[in-house]
Design a protein. Structure first.
Length: 98
């Protein structure tokens, strides 16, 4: 049965990332590869980033089911802070996926 993270502190996330071979949802490259079907979406080309909730919606529209842990992984690796809150930089994530 897969491990489902409900809440995690910084140390737990660092552990998962350090062992991403055992915890693929903590692997930023694997998570970025899931975004390939979104490659042509204009929102993914915006250097200003995409809101995490909008990313989940857009992914679902493209047939990709992202869980919160994957979104957190994307934010930690490809995120940036903006005046509207943290966002995922789509171009950086997509570039890492190739």
């Amino acid at each position: 049965q897969p491990l489902q993270i409900i809440r995690a502190d910084e140390h737990a996330l660092q552990f998962l990332e350090a062992h991403c071979d055992q915890f693929p949802m903590a692997d930023p490259i694997m998570c970025a590869r899931l975004l390939q079907p979104l490659r042509e979406e204009p929102e993914m080309q915006d250097e200003g980033g995409i809101d995490p909730d909008r990313l989940k919606e857009l992914a679902a529209q493209c047939g990709v089911d992202l869980v919160d842990h994957q979104v957190i992984t994307l934010l930690r690796k490809f995120g940036q802070d903006t005046d509207r809150g943290p966002v995922v930089c789509g171009p950086r994530a997509l570039e890492a996926a190739v």
